[in-house]
Ligand binder design. Structure first.
Ligand code: WTA
Length: 628
């Protein structure tokens, strides 16, 4: 089946249809995929556990690759890859089919079977996408770890997922420098007994050490396998992937997605939001290490038979017009990026855009955090030349696909609002006791096909994090929102201890436990402060052991320690050394007072504060730091 060019799903009655009979509606949407055998029930909802399309059999890779082999899509480009140094590689859907079959057979030759977990730690290269699809083809569960994460973060994720195989490369390129992925991988693997084999893609031609019996070059194994690997029939509820995301505790959560419902969500929202046509050239700048990379670089675009651009490298390499150059060169028609990226482009200036013809663009999107009005206006005027709609899309790793966004051609835009829920998605603002209000916690009030099915190995945490607040009735998103008189949603940011840096989630406790591992630090509190480019930046308040001798580079060293423990995106803006953290009588750190100080606000309620004198010292210290 080709992309539904004139799809009925774009009918204006779609919202009504979905409201009138939600299950029937989703059943109709699921019919857009290829199923080896149909489901016998649409939904089994046993709060907070949902199953969709029960007993239906399908394969996600088949839907993204095989079914395009019998249509005109076969000979069109699926992936147009550009490397940072200008290298280019195009894979048609036929090429993708050949690559995926071989890759899947290599996985099998390493004894990977249905249900096995495979960690993928790669740069943005075609093989990363091929690796994910190949896992899906044989029923292995991939867990992609962002290539910018440190060896420690990789180790934690491999541990928790019990991955048997890691797929990595001899490196990557960023800002003209080598990224040493294999080395990070080797360090992580010292403590990962579950990993039996490492598959290494040759990309940078860096010399790397290969451990005898454990490490294998992909290009060597590829020569030895047969070219055909039949897709495994997967149950709709078989796991497709695990993706780790930060929660409110130090331990990342392995969000589990299954095959059928997830693919229905990713495929259909791709059409509804971007109204994709077979002539489109689409570019989503997300890395495959994030959910946006999963749903809107891999599964959504490919199941729709789209042509897309992928780019490995920095936006400002060699100069600050790289993005515009790529759009012009490949005639990109749909561009999907983050508010942080937009603010960065804004800062670099309009002159870089003016050098390029961006007239191929017809549609723009954003994701990851609320977009501010100024950035929206700039994006609309300068990138979209005042005639491309902007889809501000709200969703999460847990939701699997876009939840709130304008429905292409039907939802009038309001700049900086994500607008309204997608058809078939029921969302409300809810107060503490579960009443619907015009402002409050953003809650999803009925199950949806691409919802997470759980947290890997931790059902209790799943129940408590997402469902306990309203006794299993509604899903708690962790975001606050307001609804205006037209029913439009305005996202207000997180209501929990999650910091959103450049659209990436980090938990305060993950940061704090990393800080206290640093020699000499006794206690730490990490907070978010407004940041012009990143949306939010991290400021850390730390107390040190008595007698600890400060060395003059201590702040830099602590920042580097955080980068080593978590990754570069977690690098704090500031480390502030204080004598005591503000606490309640029961010893709870009052982060909100630290936030008030950092934002220069009048302090909120201090009635529960135990150590008032600490606050005065912190205020003074913060002021000194700012004046530095
Ligand atoms: C935030 C990314 C406002 C939000 C797909 C959410 C947004 C978290 C938007 C999920 C948006 C994402 N407007 N806030 N358009 N999109 N967020 O799991 O706080 O990396 O809960 O998924 O990002 O981040 P995640």
């Amino acid at each position: 089946m080709e992309i539904c060019e004139d799809t009925k799903s774009l009918s204006p009655t779609i919202f009504e249809d979905a409201k009138n009979d939600r299950e029937k509606f989703w059943e109709n949407q699921a019919a857009c995929l290829h199923w080896f055998s149909p489901w016998d029930r649409v939904l089994d909802w046993n709060p907070p556990y949902a199953q969709w399309f029960l007993s239906g059999k399908l394969n996600a890779c088949y839907n993204c690759v095989d079914r395009h082999q019998t249509t005109q899509s076969r000979h069109k480009a699926a992936l147009i890859w550009e490397g940072e140094r200008g290298e280019k590689l195009t894979l048609t859907y036929e090429d993708l089919y050949i690559e995926v079959n071989k890759f899947a057979n290599v996985l099998k030759s390493l004894k990977i079977q249905k249900g096995d977990k495979v960690a993928i730690y790669l740069p943005m290269i075609c093989e990363a996408i091929v690796a994910m699809l190949s896992c899906a083809r044989i029923g292995a569960v991939h867990t992609v770890v962002f290539g910018g994460f440190s060896h420690d973060a990789l180790k934690d994720r491999i541990h928790d997922s019990d991955a048997k195989l890691v797929i990595t490369s001899d490196g990557g390129f960023r800002k003209g420098k080598h990224i040493f992925l294999k080395e990070s991988c080797d360090r992580a693997l010292c403590e990962c007994p579950s990993v039996k084999n490492v598959l290494v893609i040759r990309h940078t031609h860096n010399t790397v050490s290969m451990k005898e019996g454990r490490d294998h070059w992909y290009h060597e194994l590829k020569e030895k396998v047969s070219p055909e690997c039949p897709p495994v029939l997967m149950d709709a509820e078989d796991e497709l992937f695990i993706l780790y995301t930060s929660g409110t505790t130090g331990k990342p959560k392995g969000i589990v997605h299954t095959t059928g419902g997830y693919l229905v969500g990713a495929t259909m929202t791709m059409r509804w939001v971007f109204d994709v046509k077979s002539t489109d050239v689409y570019w989503c700048t997300a890395d495959i290490g994030w959910i946006t990379g999963h749903s809107y670089v891999v599964y959504g675009p490919l199941s729709n038979g789209l042509t897309q651009v992928i780019y490995e490298g920095a936006f400002d390499f060699p100069e600050q017009d790289r993005v515009w150059q790529i759009i012009e060169k490949y005639k990109v028609s749909i561009f999907y990026t983050s508010p942080t990226a937009i603010r960065t482009f804004m800062k670099w200036g309009d002159a870089w855009l003016k050098k390029h013809d961006l007239s191929s663009l017809r549609m723009l999107g954003t994701v990851g955090e609320a977009i501010n009005q100024e950035a929206w206006n700039w994006y609309y005027k300068n990138v979209g030349n005042n005639n491309c709609p902007i889809a501000d899309t709200w969703w999460q790793t847990e939701t699997g696909s876009i939840m709130i966004a304008p429905f292409y051609g039907h939802t009038p835009l309001k700049p900086a609002s994500a607008t309204q829920p997608m058809p078939g998605i029921e969302i409300a603002c809810v107060n503490d006791v579960g009443d619907f209000e015009n402002a409050g916690y953003l809650a999803i009030t009925s199950p949806w096909p691409s919802m997470l099915r759980g947290i890997h190995k931790d059902p209790k945490r799943y129940e408590e994090t997402y469902w306990k607040k309203w006794d299993g009735n509604f899903y708690f998103t962790g975001d606050g929102a307001k609804i205006d008189e037209d029913g439009y949603f305005w996202l207000q940011g997180r209501v929990d201890d999650v910091i959103n840096v450049s659209g990436h989630r980090l938990s305060t406790s993950e940061l704090e436990s990393a800080l206290t591992e640093y020699h000499g630090i006794v206690e730490a509190a990490a907070i978010a402060v407004n940041h012009e480019i990143k949306g939010q930046g991290i400021v850390c308040f730390v107390t040190v052991r008595d007698g600890h001798v400060h060395d003059e580079n201590e702040e830099t060293k602590i920042k580097q320690h955080i980068v080593n423990k978590i990754g570069a995106l977690a690098r704090p803006e500031k480390i502030i050394f204080i004598l005591e953290l503000p606490k309640t009588r029961s010893g709870k750190i009052m982060r909100r007072l630290l936030r008030d100080i950092a934002e220069g606000r009048i302090l909120g309620d201090t009635s529960t504060l135990f150590n008032h004198e600490a606050l005065e010292q912190i205020k003074g210290k913060y002021k000194d730091e700012n004046e530095k």
